[in-house]
Design a protein around this ligand. Structure first.
Ligand SMILES: [Zn+2]
Length: 238
């Protein structure tokens, strides 16, 4: 071992330098389009507006990825809409109550508040049930909502270093309507960014038709499934 070290040492230093160069290269590419723009900002993978002020002191890391100006801009309106739809679609937990009473109600009082409320009401469809007439929301039919879901998956793909960049066209998503068998869940690595805000699991399959499957849960009860198509489907993105 001793006689190898004079050779090994420079080799290890070289390998370390290559590793750092690769890391730097990765940091410089936009997570969403892969562009090597000079100016890259850090974009929150999970919209910041999902976190009530009661989480301000939390030690749970908020995920960020590098994003170019073009990919970074124009999300805040859709993310606020995304939050509002999540808030009204199901049993509230404490963060949902906090957000509704503070951020959401305040946003409705602002100049563009009436439009935001209108955006929300448009997604509420009347249905008659045995308990009388009720209103339901169908997030999967709301393109602005689903665009944010797909963006979260694209950001997570970059963050977990499983694939980057992932174009929007390679992600599909839907409301999770079925119970996922436990053995399938066991195959997937679980993560969370505050358990009562956002939990997720994923599995990389790396098959020609499907790259990975993602299960996303917001506010404990709103569940979505997303999948990233494999290289077999991605000719249009080349
Ligand atoms: Zn970009």
């Amino acid at each position: 071992m001793g006689c190898l070290s004079p050779i090994l040492k420079p080799l290890l230093e070289w390998a370390k330098a290559i590793g750092e160069a690769i890391d730097n290269m990765r940091v410089k590419a936009c997570a969403y389009c892969g562009s090597l723009a000079e100016q890259l900002d850090l974009e929150h993978v999970i919209p910041r507006c999902l976190y009530p002020s009661s989480k301000a002191k939390s030690k749970v890391q908020r995920l960020t990825v590098p994003a170019c100006n073009q990919c970074n801009n124009g999300w805040s309106d859709d993310e606020a809409h995304f939050r509002n739809i999540l808030l009204i679609s199901g049993e509230p937990n404490q963060p949902v109550r906090d957000l509704w009473k503070t951020t959401a109600l305040r946003s409705f009082e602002k100049v563009d508040g009436p439009r935001r409320l209108d955006d929300l009401f448009r997604q509420m469809k009347p249905v008659s049930t045995s308990a009388g007439n009720r209103h339901m929301v169908y997030p999967a039919q709301d393109e602005r909502f689903m665009r944010v879901i797909r963006k979260i998956v694209r950001g997570l793909c970059h963050y977990h270093n499983v694939l980057s960049p992932v174009p929007d066209s390679r992600v599909s998503a839907d409301v999770l309507k079925y119970i996922v068998p436990q053995e399938f869940l066991d195959e997937m690595s679980p993560y969370h960014r505050e358990q009562d805000i956002f939990e997720y699991r994923f599995q990389v399959l790396n098959e020609p038709e499907i790259h990975s499957v993602w299960l996303l849960t917001f506010f404990e009860r709103r569940k979505f499934i997303a999948w990233v198509s494999g290289p077999g489907d991605s000719l249009e993105d080349v």
